[in-house]
Design a protein around this ligand. Structure first.
Ligand SMILES: *Cc1c(COP(=O)(O)O)cnc(C)c1O
Length: 522
């Protein structure tokens, strides 16, 4: 890219339209102003051509016969096709460009993973099929679990949780079961102030009270405050490592010893495992349970609420309480799904899911693991950390990094660099959209003011990072130069501009209503 920006308007710039240029159609170039599918409805239009029902057959629907139209829009097949393709073109995706969303690990999902997940032997099986007919699928689940145990140095894994948050629930339910088995009722869970919202939510859902631990000036858990909070009512501590400021918790061994000495368990939020995979084994750090977001570290796609998978690895102390179902290899070499407590000598806390988990995600994760190999996975962590440090160092002069020194796989900035510019973190992020970038994570973690959390991941090339850095530099310099107009109304170039997000969240319009006849006639 040319650092000055590519000249997109040849010739006399003054004679050419600007941002507020309006088109006759409402379309902007190849981006269409797409009406709702219901607004495109035309009576009697349809995408299918059914034969007339035979007159000599009486219907047997009785009272079930529909009395009025069902209310679906009538469209032809090409109209439906165009509608959804146009909507999809308004979307941003990792396949379209860099997605710097901190804490989310939006990395490229190799197409090989997709090809493997679509193999009929994996894609077309049914959860209620006889186990003898799905031996390969069970073996694959078992193999993914074996890799996860090896990468984390943990003896057991529960494969069924379907997301990170679900994994947290699984982990704390195992903690609860272990405490019950000891005949203890401990009520408090410690979580750093920088924790992802799911951590305190999970603890609360399991009936614990959440006690936040402040961060020290280095952005890490304040050990003195942590130790003060320990006591006989502490059930567990939930810590993310690297934490949500992108920093390695350097006192993690001391933390593990302290919580264990107090009789509690150490839950690690493993969403940031991408920074450590192949380099650090959480089991060596004294962790008792940790979920792994396959949809982050192991590349399976996510976003938009799509399927995830959050297997949980357990230490010796919690392993007996791991939930059902479990995949087990029998003496004869067969794989089986253990679904009843009587089938195991352990004491599972219950059942986490109806079936075995997210098969498609397991296949993608396994393809990713095998294609990288142990050395490749290690390089993933190294390159992810390198990318984040490259971004942090390159933006040092223009933006304000929250903590000094190198980061792990994501770098955290706050809004000090925007002081007195009239531009907020939100404005800055929205202006990135006009430049063709999905914004970074904003206002999280809460421990710094106006946070901007950037996670580039290892799958971005040096060129892509340089282009991204140049855009952020240009925005930061523009903000400081007083060009606030570029920010306050941004985004200007999207099909919709700045939305009233509070109103959208508080008063969402989720249902299309048929306009009143008078309005419709206008
Ligand atoms: C993503 C994330 C979670 C939750 O994972 P989901 O799969 O979205 O439920 C929890 N903690 C951290 C730090 C995360 O980044």
């Amino acid at each position: 890219m040319m650092r000055q920006g590519r000249p997109t308007r040849p010739g006399d710039e003054a004679a050419l339209p600007t941002d507020d240029f309006e088109t006759f159609s409402g379309n902007r170039g190849l981006q269409h102003e797409e009406p709702l599918i219901f607004e495109q409805d035309a009576d009697g239009r349809t995408g299918v051509d059914l034969p007339e029902p035979r007159a000599d057959l009486s219907d047997r629907l009785g009272a079930f016969k529909r009395r009025g139209p069902i209310g679906l829009p009538g469209l032809s097949e090409p109209q439906v096709m165009r509608h959804f393709v146009r909507l999809s073109q308004m979307n941003y995706a990792i396949d379209a460009g860099l997605y710097p969303l901190g804490s989310c690990t939006m990395k490229h999902n190799p197409r090989l993973n997709e090809k493997m997940a679509r193999l009929p032997g994996f894609a077309d099986i049914h959860p209620l099929q006889p186990q003898a007919s799905v031996q390969g699928a069970l073996e694959l689940i078992s193999e993914v679990g074996r890799w996860l145990c090896a990468l984390t140095a943990m003896p057991t894994v529960a494969m069924s949780p379907k997301a990170g948050a679900h994994g947290e629930l699984c982990g704390l339910m195992a903690v609860r079961a272990a405490l019950d088995a000891r005949g203890e009722t401990r009520s408090r869970v410690l979580a750093p102030e920088s924790a992802h919202g799911t951590n305190p939510a999970t603890a609360a859902m399991c009936g614990f009270t959440v006690d936040p631990i402040p961060a020290d000036t280095r952005g890490r858990v304040d050990m003195a405050q942590l130790k003060e909070k320990l006591g006989p009512d502490i059930a567990a501590i939930m810590v993310t490592n690297p934490n949500t400021c992108g920093l390695f918790e350097t006192d993690i061994l001391e933390m593990a010893d302290a919580i264990h000495a107090a009789g509690g368990y150490f839950y690690c939020d493993g969403a940031n495992f991408n920074a450590l995979v192949g380099r650090v084994r959480p089991g060596d750090l004294g962790i008792d349970a940790m979920h792994i977001n396959l949809h982050k570290t192991f590349s399976t796609p996510h976003g938009g609420g799509g399927p995830g998978a959050g297997p949980v690895v357990f230490s010796e102390a919690l392993a007996p309480f791991a939930p059902l179902p479990l995949v087990q290899k029998n003496q004869g070499g067969d794989f089986c799904l253990v679904e009843q407590p009587e089938e195991t000598s352990d004491t599972p806390f219950g059942r986490m899911t109806a079936f075995h988990g997210q098969m498609g995600m397991f296949v993608r994760a396994y393809a990713y693991m095998l294609s990288h190999g142990a050395d490749g996975l290690r390089q993933v962590a190294e390159d992810a950390v390198l990318s984040a440090n490259y971004v942090q160092a390159s933006l040092e002069q223009d933006m304000s990094a929250s903590y000094p020194g190198p980061c792990m796989h994501e770098c955290l900035f706050d809004d000090r660099f925007l002081k007195d510019t009239g531009v907020s973190t939100l404005d800055f992020a929205k202006a990135m959209i006009d430049e063709g970038y999905h914004p970074m994570t904003m206002y999280f973690p809460l421990v710094v003011h106006g946070a901007l959390l950037i996670e580039p991941t290892e799958t971005e090339s040096r060129d892509a990072l340089d282009q991204f850095i140049a855009v952020l530099q240009s925005l930061a310099r523009d903000a400081k130069a007083g060009n606030s107009a570029r920010f306050t109304g941004a985004p200007y170039l999207t099909p919709r501009g700045r939305l009233d997000e509070t109103k959208a969240a508080r008063k969402p319009v989720l249902r299309w209503q048929q306009p009143a006849p008078a309005e419709a006639a206008e």
